[in-house]
Design a protein around this ligand. Structure first.
Ligand code: AMP
Length: 586
């Protein structure tokens, strides 16, 4: 497939923010892609070259790419930088400079193919060690020399991780269902294999090559992370019991970092909830799993919690975050020891347990784990009454946990879903006001004045609506920022700046600046109110009204452990609003 064809599709995608139109464009693209490259077409369209969990980056900073653009267009780096200051986008800069045609165009210019672009990007990502920067630059230059102006624009954006077509994994799954699954009915099967493999490209290839039946018998691979099952929330033990049919299992809700451990013989890999490979950050946890889990091949899940070495008590999540680092791991490991509390088991020795009930999975977990002081199973109790829930809840708080998880006894493991088979119940719902925090996604910003002149004054924040895979606004956030935060924020946000509102963002506000929905912040509000402008839970509680967080304040906690789709959902906000009404009625 010619790379120019792919670029044509990208311009069409850029010209629309309508989800259905985007899906149609993607259906056309996927239909005309050869099976041999359909996975690559998916990755490139998402602005990357591998599935998210693969720990490889192209590793070229903007300065190096600017240097390469200069080489490929036959002008000085200074001139490129001047142009860049004007356009604000190195992709457009590369396109314009190619148009000016100062480069020595080779007489035998070949047309670039998707295969060639992909292979070259793959080589760039894999080149490491001494001299690798030079090799990367040369490889990229070879592509840019052969590229037409529009191709150069998209290559540069992909290399910088700035493609931003507004296409999400879910949009590609929609398109795959239509293009190769025989219609929307196949969406569920396709989505399940996607959640079990965390790899849109692999799903696309299997579907295009072998059809829907092969996905129905999709096999879990140890070493490939599975999307985590998530929980809904409710505000009272009564509602929890009612929702779960009068009986459920309770577990402590630990305040740490979720981890999915994959064990294959002596080899152990650890994945975060965002599918990052975090094995190197937790050599202690890796060892624990290796030494104390008896199964040869398995996938288990649990929460890593920081432990106070002097008292043995659990520290809150913030302390554990200090373990998120690239260097000095051994030293921090001694300063902040950890424990692992296991609560689920998804696969044991060739057996896929995601389709087994909670009780069966728990039984398997108990069979394969040798408990130690540092490696324990989460506390578990089967309950039938409100009093039992209250007591278990008090115990969990006393132990330093943030609340409890209620789990359906016969519930399967719903990879990637936030269903009602797991329900969280946290301490903070009990206060008279909105004492609980919410995790919201930054989708836009408004310029500030006075002390915040020249930077962002307020941020436009959104919750995640699962039903539509969209981000719905819920407040403007301007309070709680320290000077340090104010300095740090533009740096973090500007990487995700886009020209227009993102296609997955629903907002009645016209922000000064728009961002891709990526950064998640923890926000404390005083209460939830009905809002005529914010789009979260629109029409869900009252006609022509959404929900807003009143007096929102940043807690200082960047939720880097959360993907935007794991932010507080609009359904959760609705539940919190209802809980708040009940409190007022009392
Ligand atoms: P939240 O981050 O508020 O959406 O709550 C869900 C998270 O709670 C999960 O992703 C886990 O990291 C964490 N968690 C702590 N204890 C448990 C448990 N016993 N079962 C399931 N998840 C737990």
């Amino acid at each position: 497939m010619k790379f120019s064809e792919l670029c044509e599709t990208y311009s069409k995608l850029e010209a629309t923010t309508k989800r259905l139109e985007m899906t149609d464009i993607l259906v056309d693209l996927l239909k005309k892609s050869d099976n041999a490259i359909i996975d690559k077409v998916c990755y490139l369209t998402l602005g990357r070259i591998y599935p998210e969990y693969v720990d490889l980056e192209l590793g070229l900073a903007e300065k190096m790419v600017a240097k390469t653009v200069a080489m490929a267009s036959g002008i000085s780096q200074k001139e490129v930088e001047k142009y860049l200051a004007k356009t604000g986008d190195l992709g457009t800069t590369a396109q314009e400079l190619k148009k000016m045609g100062k480069a020595q165009i080779t007489l035998f210019t070949r047309e670039l193919t998707v295969e060639r672009v992909f292979e070259t990007l793959d080589k760039i990502a894999r080149s490491a060690g001494t001299g690798s920067q030079d090799r990367k630059v040369k490889l990229l230059a070879s592509l840019l020399l052969e590229a037409f102006p529009e191709e150069a624009k998209y290559i540069v954006r992909i290399v910088l991780g700035q493609l931003r077509l507004g296409v999400a994994d879910m949009t590609i799954l929609d398109a795959l269902a239509i293009a190769y699954g025989g219609g929307k009915e196949s969406r569920e099967v396709i989505e399940r294999s996607y959640h079990l493999s965390s790899d849109v490209g692999a799903v696309a290839k299997a579907l295009a090559d072998k059809g829907l039946d092969v996905l129905k018998s999709f096999k879990i691979q140890v070493g490939t992370p599975i999307h985590s099952m998530l929980a809904q929330r409710l505000a009272s033990p009564e509602e929890i019991l009612e929702k779960l049919g009068g009986v459920c299992a309770l577990e402590f809700k630990f305040d740490g970092e979720r981890v999915q451990a994959h064990k294959k013989g002596e080899e152990v890999l650890l994945f975060s909830r965002r599918l990052e490979n975090v094995t190197h950050q937790f050599p202690d946890i890796q060892m624990l799993v290796k030494d104390n889990i008896k199964a040869k091949k398995c996938i288990v899940e649990g929460e890593i919690v920081a432990i106070n070495p002097e008292t043995g008590e659990m520290y809150p999540f913030q302390v554990l975050m200090q373990r998120r680092r690239k260097y000095g791991i051994k030293k921090t490991m001694e300063k902040i020891p950890t424990a692992l509390f296991l609560f689920d088991c998804l696969y044991v020795d060739e057996q896929d347990l995601t389709i087994s009930s909670y009780l069966d999975r728990r039984k398997q977990l108990e069979k394969i784990v040798r408990e130690t002081e540092q490696l324990q199973l989460s506390e578990k109790k089967i309950v039938k009454t409100v009093e039992e829930i209250e007591t278990f809840f008090e115990q969990s708080i006393e132990r330093g946990c943030e609340g409890i998880m209620a789990k359906s006894l016969d519930g399967v493991y719903q990879a990637g879903a936030r269903g009602w088979l797991w329900i969280k119940y946290k301490r903070d719902y009990r206060g008279p006001e909105l004492a609980d925090t919410v995790d919201l996604v930054v989708v836009g910003a408004f310029y500030g004045r006075g002390r915040r002149g020249g930077t962002y004054g307020t941020l436009l924040m959104a919750g995640y609506e699962e039903e539509t895979d969209m981000f719905k606004t819920v407040c403007k956030l301007g309070a709680g920022f320290s000077d340090e935060n104010l300095e740090e924020l533009p740096r973090k946000l500007n990487k995700h700046r886009i020209r227009d509102r993102h296609s997955r963002v629903d907002s009645n506000f016209e922000a000064d600046v728009w961002f891709e929905p990526v950064i998640v912040l923890e926000v404390q509000g005083s209460e939830l109110t009905l809002s005529p402008t914010h789009t979260a839970a629109w029409n869900k509680i009252k006609k022509n009204a959404g929900l807003a967080v009143r007096f929102p304040r940043f807690t200082g906690r960047f939720r880097e452990d959360k993907a935007p789709e794991q932010a507080t959902t609009t359904v959760e906000l609705k539940e919190m609003y209802k809980a708040q009404l009940k409190q007022i009625e009392k």
